[in-house]
Design a protein around this ligand. Structure first.
Ligand code: IMP
Length: 193
């Protein structure tokens, strides 16, 4: 099946299709800008976004909101990750982390789905730590400074790991499992990657 994905970020579409391929779901990018509600929850932003987009496309559609939450900075930049990235970049974030021994952080992703009847969010999280310098060339955004738990390399250095364990991979896998089970009587799964 094909599902519309309202986003301006082609990297997100690629990562979604890496998961969708295994379930026979193809995500097709559509560019419908939507206002992002002010909330610290990626699920709130995704649900609000998809409620805005569905009446315009009138077809089953998803939006995705994501962010990096740094423990030592009380969850900053969180849902404001894109704004902070555009303003101060990776080196700006590393400067905020200078002298901090607690490097723990996590990525969160929420996919908001609507088919006009059902509006639903699927969330994925990826735990890890903020690197001490920028490393690697793959991916986008904060990938060069995020080291997933259990690894020594950033997502930008080990993109195949990102494809398997990222917040986005988990959220899209939950969506695809739910889509696959919708036609059957099986409840939506919560299995992990
Ligand atoms: P939004 O979901 O479009 O609001 O953007 C969230 C921002 O968080 C992105 O622009 C990136 O800066 C950052 N971000 C979200 N997911 C990822 C990821 O998988 N890797 C690196 N940065 C990410």
């Amino acid at each position: 099946m094909e599902l519309l994905f309202a986003t301006s970020n082609l990297n997100k579409v690629r990562e979604a299709n890496d998961v969708g391929r295994r379930f026979g779901v193809r995500f097709r990018q559509v560019r419908f800008p939507y206002p992002e509600v002010r909330s610290e929850s990626v699920a709130d932003v995704a649900l609000d976004g998809v409620r805005f987009v569905y009446p315009m496309v009138k077809k089953p559609v998803i939006v995705e909101d994501s962010g990096l939450f740094i423990e030592a900075l009380n969850g900053f930049p969180g849902t404001y990750s894109r704004f902070v990235f555009d303003k101060i970049g990776l080196n700006g974030v590393l400067a905020l982390m200078r002298g901090k021994s607690d490097r723990r952080a996590y990525f969160a992703s929420a996919v908001g789905f609507s088919d006009g009847r059902i509006v639903k969010a699927f969330e994925g999280f990826s735990e890890g730590a903020i690197a001490r310098s920028v490393k690697g060339k793959s991916g986008f955004g904060y990938d060069p400074v995020f080291i997933p738990a259990g690894s020594k390399r950033t997502f930008a250095e080990d993109f195949s790991l990102k494809e398997r364990v990222s917040h986005r991979a988990i959220a899209f896998r939950l969506l695809c499992e739910w889509l696959a089970n919708r036609g059957s009587s099986k409840p939506a799964g919560r299995s992990r990657l």
